[in-house]
Design a protein around this ligand. Structure first.
Ligand SMILES: Nc1ncnc2c1ncn2[C@@H]1O[C@H](COP(=O)(O)OP(=O)(O)OP(=O)(O)O)[C@@H](O)[C@H]1O
Ligand SMILES: [Mg+2]
Length: 271
């Protein structure tokens, strides 16, 4: 019996255990993840709203990437429940697209930009099926949406960091998912690329998709996102940005690592 069936059995066989909102694209309860003795996440509850842009905010080492990886089943959880639109992960993988943190990707693998985007289709295509003209067109369309249509045949390793980030967003777009999980999509990109990426994410939201992104730039949280989840090993707060993204909550999340002047500035941008 797998851990998942065990969990289902423990919860009486229902798809959505008590306290987990079935309409949420991602809801977790009591999520604890540990790489060693000290947990990276401890008993975290979080519920993200559907059809919205949500930010995951917290200091370096807070467990933000770990949260996404555990939600995707890429690393095992010690305990906890994860539901994707009310269903267990195994039943929902096709509905999720994931763009990992850039530093975690091996950019030297020999493959072209168009092939990287087509990888986003493999779950739908099956690995061994030949790529049809329509699939190629979908991939090229995704590249065009991120302004990378001229780079299809380029080796991925020969692109700049910001261009690589755009290509991975194109791969996620080609997946035609309902939930987009992005780990620091704006890290190391210039202002023009940041604007291009945020426009793409906003268009996803307009199509009713749910977007959840780890985000480091506290000064743009209020402008970009509807909902925020604050984390530092433990869940430190969540809710609509206007209500949950307060200087008090930030001070608690960052544990004194933000200067009073920074907090005052943020109060101005959110107020
Ligand atoms: N593979 C791993 N093995 C051991 N410890 C790990 C591993 N990955 C992460 N950690 C540890 O778990 C904690 C959370 O890491 P995580 O990458 O989730 O943080 P983060 O919030 O994404 O940080 P950042 O803002 O720097 O990306 C950190 O203390 C980190 O050192
Ligand atoms: Mg991270």
């Amino acid at each position: 019996m797998t851990a998942e069936t065990l969990t289902l059995a423990a919860s009486g066989g229902t798809a959505t255990p008590a306290g987990l909102d079935p309409s949420s694209p991602l809801a977790v309860r009591g999520l604890t993840v540990s790489y060693g003795e000290k947990p990276a996440l401890f008993s975290v509850d979080a519920t993200f709203p559907a059809g919205a842009m949500s930010a995951i905010v917290g200091p370096n080492g807070a467990g933000k990437s770990t949260f996404l990886k555990a939600a995707l089943g890429l690393i095992p959880a010690v305990s906890g429940e994860v539901r994707i639109f009310g269903a267990p992960l195994a039943a929902s993988r096709d509905r999720i697209a994931y763009v990992p943190q850039r530093a975690s990707i091996d950019w030297d693998f020999p493959t072209t930009v168009i092939d990287v985007v087509l990888m986003g289709r493999y779950r739908k295509l099956g690995l061994l099926r030949r790529v049809s003209k329509a699939e190629r067109a979908t991939a090229l369309d995704a590249l065009a949406r991120v302004g990378m249509e001229g780079f299809a045949e380029r080796q991925i390793g020969q692109l700049s960091g910001g261009q690589q980030q755009r290509v991975f967003l194109a791969r996620a777009l080609a997946q035609e998912a309902d939930l987009y999980l992005l780990d620091e999509p704006f890290a190391g990109v210039d202002a023009a690329t940041e604007k291009a990426i945020i426009e793409v994410l906003k268009s996803l939201k307009e199509q009713g998709k749910s977007v959840i992104a780890v985000h480091h730039d506290l000064s743009t949280v209020a402008a970009y996102f509807d909902h925020v989840f604050l984390v530092n090993v433990r869940a430190m707060g969540e809710g609509p940005v206007a209500r949950a993204f307060t200087p008090e909550a930030l001070a608690q999340t960052y544990g004194g690592r933000l200067a009073a002047t920074q907090l005052a500035e943020l109060a101005l941008t959110t107020g």
